[in-house]
Design a protein around this ligand. Structure first.
Ligand SMILES: CC(C)(COP(=O)(O)OP(=O)(O)OC[C@H]1O[C@@H](n2cnc3c(N)ncnc32)[C@H](O)[C@@H]1OP(=O)(O)O)[C@@H](O)C(=O)NCCC(=O)NCCS
Length: 192
């Protein structure tokens, strides 16, 4: 059953074994700053490492605005064990004519390689197909960031190919690898 809602991009709280995916609040800014000031976290994403807390506050405010305007936005990823925000995952783009959306994510470096983004993305894919009228979810990563591709693969996304120098990021043109998962594939995975 889809939610044919006027507020299509309302982001409800979702829970997984280790994580709460919930709306970001302005009071999350210190947590966001703690991981977003790390150049390693920012290396393969389209934002620059933050240098002051104000940038994190501006980011959180922008998210709150996007929730209010019902625009594609991100969940904050809260670590259930500490109560701290350790990353974000959400919708980067939405193509209504083709009922497709793009997902992006980032996580604090001290939480890498513990299976957490795979846990978060699995839940967001499940939510998207079960509650929204979406047929295709895309995600892309720089070819030099294979850990992100591995997350996509582990969540059942299929590699479609390399888009050469698709993005200009931090002073260089970079190749990106495009992945997708279709509603029919996700349904088949859930039935297994
Ligand atoms: C990419 C990112 C989201 C991965 O999150 P994560 O929670 O560490 O991911 P998981 O632990 O669920 O899975 C990571 C997988 O990548 C693998 N991996 C890690 N480094 C790797 C590398 N250099 N090459 C290949 N695989 C790698 C891990 O071994 C693991 O796979 P496995 O379970 O088969 O062993 C995280 O590193 C991150 O936030 N990076 C900075 C922001 C970013 O790059 N976002 C994505 C932009 S497209």
């Amino acid at each position: 059953m889809f939610f044919f809602r006027s507020n299509m991009f309302y982001l409800p709280q979702l829970e997984t074994r280790h994580l709460l995916l919930r709306q970001i609040r302005v009071s999350d800014a210190p947590d966001v700053f703690a991981y977003s000031k790390d150049p390693e976290v920012a290396r393969y994403v389209l934002w620059q490492a933050q240098t002051e807390l104000k940038e994190a506050k501006d980011y959180c405010r922008a998210m709150v605005r996007q929730y209010r305007m019902d625009e594609p936005a991100s969940w904050g990823i809260e670590d259930k064990s500490s109560g701290h925000l350790i990353g974000t995952i959400g919708y980067m783009d939405y193509d209504s004519s083709n009922r497709s959306t793009e997902i992006g994510y980032s996580l604090a470096r001290w939480k890498w390689n513990q299976g957490l983004m795979t846990e978060a993305l699995t839940e967001v894919i499940r939510y998207t197909f079960s509650e929204m009228d979406i047929n295709r979810i895309e995600a892309q990563h720089e070819t030099e960031n294979p850990a992100s591709g591995r997350v996509m693969e582990k969540c059942g996304m299929k590699k479609e190919g390399i888009l050469r120098q698709r993005l200009y990021n931090k002073g260089r043109f970079v190749d990106v690898c495009l992945y997708s998962i279709l509603r029919s594939e996700a349904d088949a995975l859930m039935k297994r």
